[in-house]
Design a binder for this molecule. Structure first.
Ligand code: HEC
Length: 157
C-alpha cells in the first residue's frame, strides 16, 4: 500500500512538472516573437499582423485555452464547452457581423474602440500601466495567434 501511495505521488508530481514545463515553453515563444506594430483605421486593423493567413483550428484552440484566450470567461460561443460567461456579447454569428479588420482590432486592442471596456487587449503593446517588468512589451497572444483567432471568428457565420 505504501509503495502504491508513493508511486501515485511520483505520478502527480511529474504531471505537474510537465504542465509547468509546457507553460514555460509557450511563454518563451510569445516573448521571443518580435513585436508587430499596427495601424487602426476607422474601427479596424485592415492589415494582417503577419501576412500569414490565420488557421481557424488553431484559433479555436486559443479561444478555448483558459490560460491563453480564455474568451469563454466572458463570451458565449457556439462550442460544446462548460462555463461560458455572459459579460460580453454572444459571439455566435460574429463572422457575419464584423469584418476581419474589425475583429483584429477588437482582439488586439479593444480599448481603442471603448476605453472603458473590461475586455483585455490581446495584442496591446502601448498604453498599459503597472505592468510587471517581465511582461513589458509581451502581449498575451502572439501576432500569429491573433490571426488564428480572427480566422476562427470569421468562420462563425
Ligand atoms: C473580461 C471579459 C472578456 C474577455 C476575457 C474577452 N472579452 Fe471580448 N468582449 C468583452 C466585452 C464586455 C465586450 C463588449 C464590447 C465592449 O466592452 O466595448 C467584448 C466584445 C468582443 C467582440 C465584439 C463583439 C460584437 O458583437 O461587437 C469580439 C469579437 C470579442 N469580444 C472577442 C473576444 C475574443 C476572441 C476573446 C478571447 C481571445 C475575448 N473577446 C475575451 C469582454 C471580454
Amino acid at each position: 500500500m505504501r509503495r502504491l501511495l508513493s508511486s501515485i505521488a511520483v505520478l502527480v508530481c511529474c504531471g505537474l512538472a510537465s504542465t509547468f514545463g509546457s507553460t514555460a515553453a509557450a511563454a518563451a515563444t510569445t516573448s521571443d516573437a518580435p513585436l508587430v506594430t499596427y495601424t487602426a483605421v476607422n474601427g479596424a486593423i485592415p492589415q494582417s499582423l503577419t501576412g500569414v493567413p490565420g488557421d481557424p483550428a488553431k484559433g479555436k484552440a486559443v479561444v478555448l485555452d483558459r490560460k491563453l484566450g480564455n474568451c469563454l470567461a466572458c463570451h458565449h460561443m457556439p462550442l460544446a464547452a462548460p462555463f461560458q460567461g455572459n459579460l460580453g456579447p454572444d459571439l455566435a454569428g460574429v463572422g457575419s457581423r464584423l469584418s476581419a479588420g474589425q475583429l483584429r482590432l477588437r482582439i488586439a486592442d479593444p480599448k481603442l474602440i471603448n476605453p472603458a471596456t473590461i475586455m483585455p487587449g490581446y495584442y496591446q503593446v502601448a498604453g498599459l500601466h503597472d505592468v510587471a517588468k517581465k511582461f513589458v512589451g509581451k502581449p498575451i497572444l502572439t501576432a500569429q495567434e491573433v490571426e488564428d483567432v480572427v480566422a476562427y471568428l470569421l468562420s462563425l457565420k
